[in-house]
Design a protein around this ligand. Structure first.
Ligand SMILES: [Zn+2]
Length: 118
């Protein structure tokens, strides 16, 4: 049974749900928030992001930095494909997971596209 502030005074109810039962939380939501104090009530302006966040160290792991690293890795893997396709090297192929968005180069026409992007 929700608290009387919800039933009688039309206070907003917390939007969190229980992991075990799936039932919604019965506490009233905190002022100007969607969740109650037990489920992480935070005002949007009090949430710190980027360099203001207390765990920010150097910025190498931000979403933008990771996307740039992934693009660079993808470009290098495609250049490696091009080198093998054109017979420029006999070295072993690099191992491991390929970058996001990587697609193997099998045709000489695709090599031209890769070289134009560089
Ligand atoms: Zn709650």
């Amino acid at each position: 049974m929700p608290l009387s502030s919800i039933t009688k005074h039309r206070a907003k109810q917390c939007t969190a749900k229980s992991k075990r039962t799936g039932l919604p939380c019965k506490n009233p939501a905190a002022y100007e928030c969607r969740a109650c104090r037990m489920h992480g009530a935070r005002k949007a302006e009090s949430i710190k992001r980027g360099e203001q966040h207390p765990n920010f160290v150097h910025g190498n792991r931000t979403l933008e930095a990771q996307a740039e690293q992934s693009a660079t890795s993808r470009r290098l893997q495609q250049i490696e494909d091009a080198m093998h396709l054109l017979g420029m090297t006999t070295a072993k192929r690099s191992r491991g997971r390929k970058a996001n968005g990587y697609c193997k180069i099998n045709l000489v026409n695709e090599v031209k596209k890769v070289l134009e992007d560089c």
